[in-house]
Design a protein. Structure first.
Length: 91
């Protein structure tokens, strides 16, 4: 599930397949074989912000953002979107 608001959040289940499995990124998760855990990652606002020379920081545009949950960089089998409110960021 992908939700918006002030920051993008992605919630998904991770299931162990028997191999050592960990999720790297904003959080680290250890999953044992057969175990399923629900994981929520919050995207750092700077990931979606654009530089605005009129500001001392960046600007997040108020719009829908597409998010892909993937096994690797070439996988786009799970795509969702969420709307973020516009915001400015301090440097």
């Amino acid at each position: 599930m992908v939700t918006g608001g002030c920051r993008l959040r992605v919630t998904f289940d991770v299931t162990g397949t028997g191999a050592p499995t960990c999720l790297a990124g904003l959080t680290r998760v250890t999953v044992h074989p057969g175990e399923t855990r629900r994981v929520t990652l919050a995207a750092e606002p700077r990931v979606v912000a654009d530089h605005d020379s009129a500001l001392p920081g960046g600007r997040i545009a108020a719009r829908r953002y597409r998010v892909a949950l993937a096994h690797d960089a070439g996988d786009r089998s799970t795509v969702a979107s969420a709307t973020l409110r516009g915001a400015t960021m301090k440097p």
